[in-house]
Design a protein around this ligand. Structure first.
Ligand code: SAH
Ligand code: SF4
Ligand code: F3S
Length: 482
């Protein structure tokens, strides 16, 4: 009998990917995904612990779900559920489960299963146990075996653009971050496993693969040829797969960007000219306190090398403002770095003290007001860069991989090589194809265009012509934050 499975996902791409993997594991047990929790046989909250209030959000969600769970049981007791057992298995997975598993079990005993990111391949056993026993099943182990050796193959079709996890976990221990604790040590999947999965995805219609990892460019492995491979080599091998038109990877750490990967950006046409390369801050003092193990100038030099290899490379980043002890001068150094580098887009966060991390017990925590003001100033600068970047495309043609139908009928949606969303009037038979689109307008978060004929050429596009050059004076933004 089919059972209804509802999964709610917070957090990063890896969590989105994991939720799909959990659905794959549960499918042979009869669980089919549904769009709402009401009446579901199993509800999984796949949680994120990266910033504040994560745990509180989970508890308030659990409060709402408890009502649905009790309601379903009561309906079954009244004989209103078509002979079904009236049980709703409630589960908490992901990084909050890993970090706060015991607290969840103590505060919400009506939760049936609490389990961390490295245990998803054992879901069938956990479900069997939860069905037998009263009380919660708690599993926050870091098992010796790799879950990737036990997870079932991905469902045959993952769509035009698919994610493929190649690396998980982190050994970097930035002083603000919970990921090394919630995901565990760095692990790289074997190259042969990744290549086989990529071939299957492409055979199922995938045209673009986004390689996923918490520190994806730390990926390393023994190649099928016996040699030791880095991510650059893996990208080159993936590029050999017929029908795989685009390759991306995320998220990278500046320290793991090696020469071969940089060369791959110059040499592999399928590798897209867009790189998420977080730097977090522009002050060397703060970078050291964050344990990033590189300076702002190291990052500048790296960006130069990347742009020498790939002049039209668009960069994206992550920034934390208000790290403990961050002075006005430190923050000014972040604005300066952003101005010099020029981002196509970036994510900005107020520092959030995370339990169990070194920075959380630093005495020099900053006020909410300071964090807010700095966030606003940084966002203003980055928004201006994003707008300039997108406006630089008006009148140009870009190759767009259409991967979705748009909200308006007759419209398709896809991405440019630089990760911009592009929509255009287009026939549905162009779904899954790379089509030349002339950009007519740049909106806040997307480009609007018209399907054009003719060949696309990247050669006419340089960093300044696509708005990568610094935008406006930094001093204005500094005044705004004062
Ligand atoms: N592995 C990646 C991403 C980690 S989490 C990397 O090294 O870049 C994604 C982003 O969340 C981080 O890049 C950082 O900018 C932000 N982040 C992590 N911990 C945070 C915290 N305690 N407070 C605010 N932002 C945080
Ligand atoms: Fe967190 Fe730093 Fe690891 Fe990224 S590199 S996951 S920010 S500890
Ligand atoms: Fe969040 Fe865990 Fe991803 S803390 S950002 S879900 S690795």
């Amino acid at each position: 009998m089919t059972k209804k499975l509802f999964i709610k996902t917070w957090g990063c791409q890896m969590n989105v990917y994991d939720s799909a993997r959990m659905a794959d594991v549960l499918a042979p047990l009869g669980y089919q995904p549904v769009d709402e929790p009401d009446g579901a046989d199993m509800v999984i909250l796949n949680t994120c612990h990266i910033r504040e209030k994560a745990a509180e959000k989970v508890f308030s969600e659990l409060g709402r779900l408890r009502i649905l769970k009790d309601g379903k049981a009561a309906a079954a007791a009244r004989g209103e559920t078509d002979g079904q057992d009236g049980r709703m298995i409630l589960a908490v997975a992901g990084c909050v489960a890993q970090a706060e598993g015991e607290e969840i079990v103590a505060r919400a005993p009506f939760v049936d299963m609490v389990f961390g990111p490295q245990t998803y391949h054992t879901l069938p056993e956990m479900v069997a146990k939860a069905s037998r026993a009263a009380g919660s099943v708690l599993n926050t182990d870091f098992p010796a075996e790799s879950k990737f050796d036990f997870l079932p193959e991905e469902a045959a079709s993952q769509g035009v653009s698919a994610f493929l996890a190649v690396q998980e976990g982190c050994d970097k221990f930035c002083t603000f971050c919970v990921v090394p604790y919630t995901r565990g040590a760095e692990f790289s999947r074997p190259a042969a496993q990744i290549l086989a999965e990529a071939r299957r995805l492409v055979a199922g219609g995938t045209r673009e693969i986004n390689l996923l990892g918490q520190n994806v460019n730390a990926w390393h492995g023994d190649g099928p040829d016996g040699g030791s491979w880095g991510l650059g080599r893996l990208v080159r091998e993936l590029a050999e797969i017929d029908g795989l038109e685009r390759i991306r990877y995320t998220t990278s750490h500046p320290r793991d960007m090696d020469d071969d990967l940089i060369r791959a950006h110059a040499e592999v046409p399928q590798l897209m000219p867009y790189l998420h390369l977080p730097v977090q801050a522009g002050s060397d003092r703060i970078l050291a306190a964050m344990n990033r193990k590189h300076t702002a100038d190291d990052y500048r030099r790296l960006v130069d090398r990347l742009r020498t290899a790939k002049p039209d490379l668009a960069l994206s980043g992550d920034f934390i403002v208000g790290f403990p002890g961050e002075s006005d001068a430190d923050f000014a150094a972040t604005l300066k770095l952003v101005t010099e580098v020029g981002y196509a887009q970036a994510y900005t966060f107020k520092y959030s003290p995370r339990p169990g991390t070194p920075a959380a017990v630093d005495g020099a925590q900053l006020s909410e007001e300071v964090k807010e003001a700095r966030l606003a100033a940084l966002q203003q600068l980055i928004n201006a860069q994003q707008v300039a970047f997108n406006h630089g495309f008006i009148g140009r043609t870009v190759p767009v991989l259409f991967d979705r139908v748009g909200r308006r009928s007759g419209q398709l949606l896809g991405r440019s090589p630089w990760m911009q969303s592009v929509h255009a009037e287009a026939n549905e038979r162009l779904l899954g194809r790379i089509v030349t689109v002339r950009v007519d307008a740049a909106l806040a978060n997307s480009l609007a265009g018209t399907v054009a004929t003719g060949e696309f050429s990247t050669s006419a596009i340089g960093p300044s012509s696509i708005g990568l050059a610094p935008t406006g004076p930094v001093t204005q933004t500094l005044e705004a934050s004062a």
